[in-house]
Each structure stands twice: as structure tokens, then as C-alpha cells.
Ligand binder design. Structure first.
Ligand code: TNX
Length: 531
């Protein structure tokens, strides 16, 4: 559907706005309500005065400096006479949640208002997306009226730092990228067969013996307590909560390097053989670091009390280090664990987490165990059209009165290849994906009986078997992470004429320049008319 204003005679305006029709503000994720006004907008320059909340003002000033090379007057300095103002106003009595905000821009002022600091931060992000060239070498903020609030409370990205390790700087930079798209949770997959990435005083052998390597023989690494605290603090400054994952009882070959008595011998099923043959890296040998791609061969000894002593130490220390409410215990792909033992294990470990005062999270397979601490949040990673018993496993969380995070792999797994020829990414989730496929799915239409109230949120994981550098992260995550952001934040499909693929691809094209200015090495997907 072509919106009527697309062929507006104002070629100049179109150019300034990256081809987006005037009625469509170039915003991602799409706000709950956004109206472009016909007036001129607010011209901004060095004399423009920033007032109100200093953190939000600094966030906005930083974005404008990066994108436009324009240095706005420092917040708090005295305004020049007659200066236009941009105000970040905290209104405690305002209705709407702490992440909601409004933006009002006319020819003399811009006002961002919210009851919470997070809402002001999101309002600053939205305001920065409204900055455009004025056609005369200067800059203006488009005249607009926006009232926005998130659809889902949990909007997550996941980074696998186990298959390949990433520095604190890279993780913090990824936090910045995700927060700009209004994600509010960073799930860190801290442990897997290939490495243990978090230093724990209670179990020092983990990092001493099982952190040095990664897939393909690449160097490993781990976060110290101070590193982890730095990540948590940086995330908090961007209104993101860190969700640490210790993946058990499978994905635990690395634990066996440090504590051999806790590990069962590897179970080499046909699936394990196939994945190892397809992707390389060979089969695992107990006591030797594993650098291949195979999954599901390892298991902790689920009947041994020493395993639960170990997990009490690990989860207890991690809970104490983590201010956020969640601890993720994995539970996926336990191909070598007996189902009855798996059920006992999941029940004990989720209860252990609940007794630590945290909300347990687990991949959907844990639902199939049948017994689980009732507060446990499930994470669905099957396909948009479920093909196996993944739906039943996920629905079990909801039947138990809890909620799900939706991460359908063919839509939001950022490690799925868009280009089958690219060395980056995997193809297992129903072949190559596309930006359109990442965009056109509806969280409440995936699982029967799982509607709005049963969904805590949406998360876009990035598994890193093939991912070695920050540019690799960017190339897989961008632009599809923007589609996941819209699924997590924006009202459902059909709620507005702009909640469509056609509108999204135009709004996405308009982000290209800002992403370039921010140094994001995004994939120039041919589905988008990048400027
Ligand atoms: C499945 S998703 C896995 C991971 C792999 C990923 C690759 C999930 C819970 N388990 O172990 O890295 O596929 O896309």
C-alpha cells in the first residue's frame, strides 16, 4: 500500500527525510501514537538551550553530536537571549508507566515528558531520530506530537559470550545499540560446552581451567567480578537489566574440565554426529576443551548431590552479583539426559533459584519436564509455526500460571543467515531468513493459548558459533534487531497504517545514515532502499 503523500511535490523534503513520506515519521520502533505536524519544526544549533533532566539532556546531546557533528550547549549553562529550548521534563504525577513518554515539537520548542527516567531516555532516543537536515546545511527537529509506551515489559537481546568471548567494551557498545532501540534486558549466555566466562570466588577452577579457548581454537576469556559489575552498571545507565544464564544440565562440557566428577561421559547421538560433521570441530573428548559446534552431548550428573552443592555455590554467588530479578538456568537441548532425571533436576534447580529470591528463566524444553518452580519464565525458541513438541513444552509454563518470552528462531534469532553465501550465521531454523520475515510475525499468533497476557516479552538472541568480532555482531544483528525491537515495543500489527512492512522498510532506510555515523557495520540488505 502506497501512502497518498508519497509523491509529495516537495522533493527537497523527501530527500531530507530519506524517502519517507511526510506523514510517516522516520521512527523505529514505531511509537504507540505519532503525528507529523505540517509546521516547520525546531531549528537547532549551538545556541539551542537544553533544560530539565541532565541525564536525558546529555543522552540527546551525545546522539546529536555523533550524528550531526553539532555540539549543543551543555545542559545547565545559561541560555542565550531568546534561545529556543529543548526540555526533558520529569512529571511524577503523569499517567503511564515509567517507560512511557511524550514528545511535542513545534517551531520554538521541543518538550520530552515522562514519569520516569527510562521514559525520558526513550524520549531522547525518539527525539534524536527526528533530527533531520533543514536543506540549508543546518539541522531541525521535525514538528510532531508523540505519545508512546511499550507493548511488552520485557524487551531483550541475548549475546552468547561462551562460543566466542567478547570484551567488556564490546558488550557495553552492544548495550548502547540495543538501548537506542528501546530494549531493556541484556541476557548474557555466560556458559556453554566451549567455555565458562564468569569468575566465581566459590568455584575458582571454572575460569582457571575452562575459559581459555573458544570455537575454532579462537582465544577465550572471562569476566571478573569487576568486569561483570561494570557491565551491569553500564546496562543500568541505559535502563537495561542484565539477565545472566548458566546453562545446565547440558551445554556443560566446560564444567567437566574444571570439576570432572560432576560430568557424565559425553553422549554421542546421531544429532551430535551430524552437527559436528556439518560444521566442523569434531567430537568432544572428556577433559579436553571443546572447540566444535556440536550441541546436546554433555550432561551434569543429575543424581549426584555434589552437582546440587556446585549449583548452590554458582547460582548463589551469581544471584548476589546480579541486581536484576532474573536468573536463567538454560535447560535446552539435553539430548543425553534421561527425561525423568531431567525433570527432577529442573524442579530442584528452579526451586533453588526461587529460594535465592530470583525469578528463574529457562528455555522451553524445561516446560516438558512437567515439574518446575511455578514462577519460572519460559523462553520459546521454536519456529513461528511450531513444528515439533516445542509448542507443548512452552505452553506448559502458561498452564502453570507463568509467562513466556517469545524468541521464535526463524524470526528473531539474529544468528540466522540472511545471505546463504555469507560465512556468518547458521541456517538451521528453516533456511535463510530475511528482514521481512524478521518483521512480519505476531507474538500472540505463534502458540495456541498464549496471548498478550501470557507473554512477558520478546527477545532476540545472537548465538556466536560463527561470530568472532564486533563487526560480525553488527553484520548479523543489524538491521534485523530493529524488526525485533518493533515486535517488542510497538502496538500489534494492524494497529496503525505504519505498522506494516512497507512503512518499516522506509523507516529502516532512514536509519542508515545514523547507523553509519554511530559506526554500526550493518548488513546492507537488498530488501531495503538504503540511501
Ligand atoms: C540452538 S537456542 C541453541 C544454541 C545454538 C543455537 C544456534 C537454544 C536454546 N540452543 O545452543 O547456539 O541453536 O542458532
Amino acid at each position: 500500500r502506497v501512502p497518498p503523500t508519497r509523491h509529495s511535490p516537495s522533493g527537497c523534503r523527501r530527500r531530507q527525510n530519506g524517502g519517507v513520506p511526510h506523514s510517516t515519521l522516520p521512527l523505529i520502533p514505531l511509537p504507540a501514537s505519532a503525528v507529523a505536524r505540517e509546521d516547520a519544526g525546531l531549528r537547532i544549533g549551538e545556541a539551542t538551550h537544553l533544560t530539565g533532566d541532565p541525564d536525558a539532556a546529555a543522552t540527546f546531546a551525545d546522539l546529536v553530536a555523533r550524528r550531526c557533528g553539532l555540539r549543543l550547549a551543555a545542559p545547565g549553562s545559561a541560555p542565550a537571549e531568546g534561545a529556543d529550548t529543548i526540555e526533558f521534563r520529569r512529571e511524577h504525577a503523569r499517567p503511564g508507566g515509567h517507560e512511557s513518554y511524550t514528545v511535542t515539537v513545534d517551531a520554538t520548542s521541543a518538550v520530552v515528558a515522562s514519569p520516569g527516567e527510562a521514559g525520558l531516555f526513550y524520549g531522547a532516543q525518539t527525539l534524536a531520530q527526528l533530527v533531520t537536515g533543514d536543506g540549508e546545511g543546518g539541522w531541525l527537529i521535525r514538528a510532531s506530537e508523540i505519545a508512546d509506551a511499550p507493548r511488552f515489559a520485557y524487551r531483550g537481546v541475548m549475546l552468547d559470550v561462551a562460543r566466542h568471548f567478547f570484551s567488556v567494551e564490546t558488550v557495553c557498545a552492544y548495550i548502547d545499540r540495543a538501548a537506542a532501540l528501546k530494549f531493556n534486558h541484556l541476557h548474557l549466555h555466560l556458559t556453554d560446552d566451549q567455555g565458562w566466562r564468569i569468575e566465581l570466588a566459590s568455584r575458582p577452577e571454572l575460569t582457571a581451567r575452562a575459559s581459555a579457548t573458544a570455537i575454532g581454537g579462537d582465544p577465550g576469556g572471562f569476566y571478573t567480578h569487576a568486569d561483570y559489575a561494570a557491565i551491569v552498571a553500564h546496562a543500568a545507565s541505559r535502563h537495561m537489566t542484565v539477565v545472566p544464564e548458566v546453562d545446565v544440565p547440558s551445554h556443560t562440557h566446560a564444567i567437566g574440565l574444571a570439576y570432572p566428577d560432576l560430568a557424565e561421559p559425553p553422549v554421542i547421538s546421531d544429532t551430535v554426529r551430524e552437527t559436528a560433521a556439518q560444521f566442523g570441530g569434531g567430537l568432544p573428548t572428556p577433559g579436553v576443551p571443546y572447540t566444535g559446534f556440536a550441541v546436546g552431548f554433555s550432561s551434569l550428573k543429575t543424581r549426584d548431590e555434589a552437582t546440587y552443592d556446585f549449583l548452590a555455590d554458582v547460582l548463589g554467588e551469581l544471584a548476589a552479583m546480579t541486581p536484576g530479578p532474573y536468573l536463567h538456568i538454560g535447560g535446552d537441548e539435553c539430548l543425553g539426559t534421561d527425561p525423568a532425571d531431567f525433570a527432577d533436576f529442573i524442579e530442584r534447580v528452579t526451586e533453588m533459584v526461587a529460594n535465592l529470591g530470583k525469578t528463574p528463566m529457562a528455555w522451553h524444553e524445561a516446560g516438558a519436564a512437567g515439574r518446575i518452580a511455578p514462577s519460572t519464565i519460559g523462553q520459546y525458541w521454536g519456529l513461528v509455526t511450531p513444528t515439533d513438541d516445542s509448542a507443548a513444552a512452552a505452553q506448559a509454563f502458561v498452564r502453570g500460571g507463568s509467562q513466556l518470552i517469545m524468541s521464535p528462531a526463524d524470526a528473531v534469532y539474529l544468528d540466522m543467515k540472511r545471505d546463504p553465501e555469507s560465512p556468518l550465521g547458521l541456517l538451521w531454523a528453516d533456511g535463510a531468513t530475511s528482514v521481512q520475515r524478521a518483521y512480519e510475525w505476531e507474538p500472540t499468533a505463534v502458540l495456541d493459548g498464549v496471548g498478550e497476557a501470557e507473554i512477558l516479552g520478546v527477545e532476540a538472541p545472537l548465538w556466536t558459533e560463527t561470530v568472532r568480532t564486533f563487526d560480525d555482531i553488527d553484520a548479523l544483528a543489524f538491521p534485523r534487531i530493529a524488526a525485533a525491537a518493533e515486535a517488542a515495543w510497538s502496538p500489534a500489527t494492524g494497529s496503525s497504517p505504519d505498522r506494516t512492512w512497507e512503512s518499516f522498510r522506509m523507516r529502516l532506510a532512514a536509519q542508515g545514515a545514523a547507523w553509519e555515523a554511530a559506526g554500526i557495520a550493518f548488513d546492507r540488505s537488498p530488501e531495503i532502499d538504503w540511501p
